[in-house]
Design a protein around this ligand. Structure first.
Ligand code: NDP
Length: 482
């Protein structure tokens, strides 16, 4: 990133070199609405260059290195991210609006992904298949080639760790299109990776608009695998492009995840975690616990305690490290405000619901923690991903009703079950349609090691954990007549 006068300019990073574009766009500070940087507006030409650079280094160098050699580089990248922790956490907080302490965690998790995939790639083996005495059969796990990564604005640094680290570990070379609202840490981490010894062209970043750079990357014939995280609507477009080129794709498309609280739950443990699951990143988290199913026996108690805690949460610019920062854009805030406004006709508003109209927060894109009660499961407020700090309480009676309501949305990403009854917990785990189910916890600290992904409209494919490595390989079966 270079400074022109007072304004920062963010170039693309292609083949290890900064690349300026003729056109740029403004990156805005969500806490104030002011411009943070002029960002390169990459398009088809820059995507072409990036894919060519990735292909070149893939064929000549990176895919030919041993897992141990690649792991050494990944470990140096992790170290470099940690050495630049304070710079990166401030950048991430400023760019996304998230509280500084949450950005700090994100940077640490980003580094952990590079460490984790450095360690695990050396344990990635093929199999031998006992076909017959006369034929020796084995399998090889090979990289796809050039991988395309389209990421959202809510967790850029974590997304790089989760998606780029396993792709590189397994020998792929990457082209990343960051979200236009939060591109800063993507380019910076790619620069650090280069300085840490990653060959030029193995990790290229092309900032730009979704319908330009994003669409060009998704449809590029030189891309062998696509990873997408974002909305269901754009996920469909990416899958159509993948289908056109017959390339595999992993799509993670958000959710409407339930926390299910039974009357026998340890409420002292459950309630703070439930509040955190929606306050974190101002609710702009794919796995946010945005539906709260509460058994009738403890319904009023849980609702009142959540309301009390919501009222105590602080709102402010990310760098001040409040509990809740701004939403990412004015558009996102208007969307949340509109859905909340409609929600007033569908359920009972208990706390929040109005964006700050005066004072310093009125300049940014803030929205307060908002709690609805007596939400009816099939109403829009219980069905749509709001992507803001908004939770809806749905009362229920017993296990069967809880499972039915939990599954009654078009999403299936994450669920939390809170009970002291182990049998009940495991029965629920089997019933719930979600990629991850937590029992008496939620989120588990970033979950580097935990396979993650959805079903239904939350998408398919798994990232994180050892599964994440497998997804960035393809299997070759070899049969040798002896
Ligand atoms: P998008 O799905 O539009 O954005 C995600 C990424 O896709 C961004 O990099 C975006 O680029 C890119 N993109 C946009 N259009 C195209 C295209 N035609 N081809 C290829 N790539 C494209 O999400 P939004 O940011 O608009 O958020 C809208 C809603 O999506 C949210 O309110 C939330 O419900 C959901 N969402 C879910 C996320 C999750 O973690 N699962 C993350 C973010 C959003 P650009 O930024 O330039 O538009």
């Amino acid at each position: 990133m270079t400074a022109t006068g007072e304004r920062l300019r963010l170039d693309a990073l292609i083949g290890g070199e900064p690349v300026a574009t003729v056109e740029t766009f403004e990156n805005v500070d969500p806490a104030t609405g002011e411009t943070l940087a002029e960002v390169a507006r990459g398009g088809r030409e820059e995507i072409d260059q990036a894919v060519a650079a990735a292909r070149d280094v893939f064929e000549k160098d990176w895919s030919r290195r041993s897992p141990a050699e690649r792991a050494n580089v990944l470990q140096r990248i992790a170290e470099s991210i940690r050495n630049h922790q304070s710079e990166l956490e401030e950048m991430e907080s400023l760019d996304t609006g998230k509280p500084l302490s949450q950005a700090r965690t994100d940077i640490e998790i980003s580094a952990r992904y590079f460490d984790f995939y450095a360690r695990t790639v050396e344990a990635l083996y093929g199999d031998t298949v006992p076909l017959s005495e006369n034929v020796f059969v084995y399998t090889l796990r090979e990289p796809h080639g050039v991988t395309g990564h389209i990421i959202p604005w809510n967790y850029p640094a974590q997304m790089i760790g989760r998606s780029i680290a396993p792709a590189l570990a397994t020998g792929n070379c990457c082209v990343l299109k960051p979200a236009e609202e939060a591109p800063l840490s993507s380019v910076r981490i790619a620069q650090l990776a280069l300085e840490a010894g990653l060959p030029a062209g193995a990790f290229n970043v092309v900032p730009g608009l979704g319908e330009e750079a994003g669409a060009a990357l998704a449809s590029h014939k030189g891309v062998d695998h696509l990873s997408f995280t974002g909305s269901t609507e754009v996920g469909r477009l990416v899958l159509k492009a993948a289908a056109e080129n017959i390339v595999p794709a992993t799509v993670e498309l958000g959710g409407k995840s339930p926390n299910i609280v039974f009357a026998d739950a340890d409420l002292e443990k459950a309630i703070p975690t439930i509040v955190r699951s929606i306050a974190q990143n101002a609710g702009q988290t794919c796995s946010a616990g945005s539906r709260l199913l509460v058994e009738r026996g403890v319904h009023a108690e849980v609702r009142d305690e959540i309301a009390r805690r919501f009222e105590g949460l602080t709102l402010g610019p990310g760098l001040d490290d409040p509990d809740v920062g701004p939403l990412i854009t004015e558009k996102q805030r208007s969307r949340v405000a509109e859905l909340v406004e409609q929600g007033r006709d569908q359920a009972r508003l208990i706390v929040g619901g109005e964006a700050p109209a005066n004072g310093p927060l009125a300049r940014g894109f803030f929205f307060p923690p908002t709690l609805f009660d007596d939400v009816v499961p099939d109403t829009p407020i219980a069905q749509q991903e709001i992507f803001g700090p908004v939770i809806g309480v749905i009362p229920f009676n017993g296990e069967d009703e809880a499972a039915g309501i939990a599954n009654a949305t078009s999403y299936g990403l994450v669920a939390g079950v809170w009970t002291r009854d182990v049998g009940k917990a495991h029965r629920l785990v089997r019933e719930i349609q979600a990629g991850q189910v937590f029992v008496n916890t939620y989120g588990a600290g970033g979950g580097v090691e935990l396979p993650f992904g959805g079903r239904k409209l939350s998408g398919f494919g798994r990232e994180k954990g050892f599964e994440g490595l497998l997804g960035f390989t393809r299997l070759k079966t070899v049969a040798v007549a002896l």
